[in-house]
Design a protein around this ligand. Sequence first.
Ligand code: GLC
Length: 558
Amino acid sequence: MGDTQAPEHDGASLAGQWWRSAAIYQIYPRSFADGNGDGVGDLAGVRAHLSYLSELGIDAVWFNPWYASPMADAGYDVADYRAIDPLFGTLGEAEAFIREAHEVGIRTIVDIVPNHCSDEHPWFKEALLAGPDAAVRDLFWFRSGRGEHGELPPNNWSSIFGGPAWTRTKNPDGTDGEWYLHLFAPGQPDLNWENPKVREEFEDVLRFWFDRGADGVRIDSAALCLKDPTLADFDPADPPSPHPFEDRDEVHDVYVSWRRIADSYPEPRALIGEVWLPEEPERFALYLRPNELHTAFNFDFLGCPWDAAAMRKVIDDGIALHAPVGAPPTWVLSNHDVIRTVTRYGREDTRFTLDYRQFDAPSDLALGTRRARAAVMLLLALPGSAYMYEGEELGLYEVMDIPAEMRQDPMFFQTNGVNLGRDGCRIPLPWSGEARPFGFSPDGAAGAPWLPQPADWADFTVERQQADPSSMLWLYRDALRARRSEPGLGDGSMTWLPTGPDVLAFARDGDFVCMVNLSGEPVDLPAGATVLLASGPLDGDRLGTDTAVWLRRSAGSR
Ligand code: GLC
């Protein structure tokens, strides 16, 4: 039995620190709900479903980028950080959403993309027009090519989406010009964070959204912003330390400065980092020092196989990692970049990493669904905050068979289809009815959904699940409601209880217990405990395989 203790905190200083316990729902605006009938989700659609969000029982929503963008990477290529893309609506609608959501107790987190902007951003357009020696080029990473005529990229860096990380430009007179760096798609030129103008601009963008009521920001690719200014070649299989563009020490100055801005608001705003550093947990924790980010996604949990020992380790390590810096752990099962949970858990190999997506692995969706039900109860019982990606509450599966001509993700195109990319987890949500678009768009909409929905999603609609108390949707609602009313859940400590090796059982403050059976056999529930919620049917006093339960312990059983 182990006691995993969060550090002591002075209650008063934690008041208002909602991010320590929040259950946060991720809205991928293109795919949530289409209000204007063009086949793409928008703010009108989200506002029309505010009661759905409120009934779900979440504390906050995180919006993927909604800014003006040519959509080379579904909005992660931002042309104007202060404008809403007309595809999604207007700034007035975003402000109205933030206000209306506050009225029903839901906070809003917006996505800030600092590593790169769009090639349609005014700075980049100006830099292209201004030609090689112009000062404005210093806002990006423009360099001459190698080779006799500059025909080779300036170095050997690869794009995270595949292919080279450099694209050659044309000079204003039409001749071949310099190259620019893009760690992602060519439409996403990397910004030069050594340049003070870049820093000032983003600090102003933060204030812009905080002034409009945003309660926090999710920081995209937070560890990538700073680069080795020598831009030296390196061997990706054996990168030097420090890495030329990942997790460089200088990046922390950026977030120390952002923290001052976040803390300057009467109700401090939360900074949430997307920091993928699976090999370097101690470096990950540096981002969460008291004067930097408030939380960061724990991707180890998201990639962990369905295995009790592995889960226990990820949970213990996650808590231990956060404790010295006093930050709350943040648990996440899924997002818009990864394979849907029911598909992953239905596979023989249930791991996920950015390099290990297994597009061709078969999945037993009934098994995956059973495990996903248990997993969300685990997620919501752990100490700290929890993130849920839209559609997980409907038990949607990863759609593998999207025709190539309908795919949108640059990852698919930049790898020539070797990597199917992320479209399969971004399919528009099914709301109602028996036929596509399943209420995603209004009746008689002109546009088909931007990615095709499978015909059998008639079985997954909100309408259908609402009418079925055993649905995934009701499990989410019941669990979220219980989470709010259980004083022991959210931030705090947990204590492992003695069990067999393939069972996870832990107590939270008070008399609350979460138990998950990952073994192949039913196991006994603790004597005298009262069942609060179960992810599947119980067999008398026994908990079946791949099932989770929340219990109230009797005084005598402690
Ligand atoms: C992050 C986002 C991902 C995007 C990338 C580039 O990883 O989550 O969707 O493609 O950054 O902005």
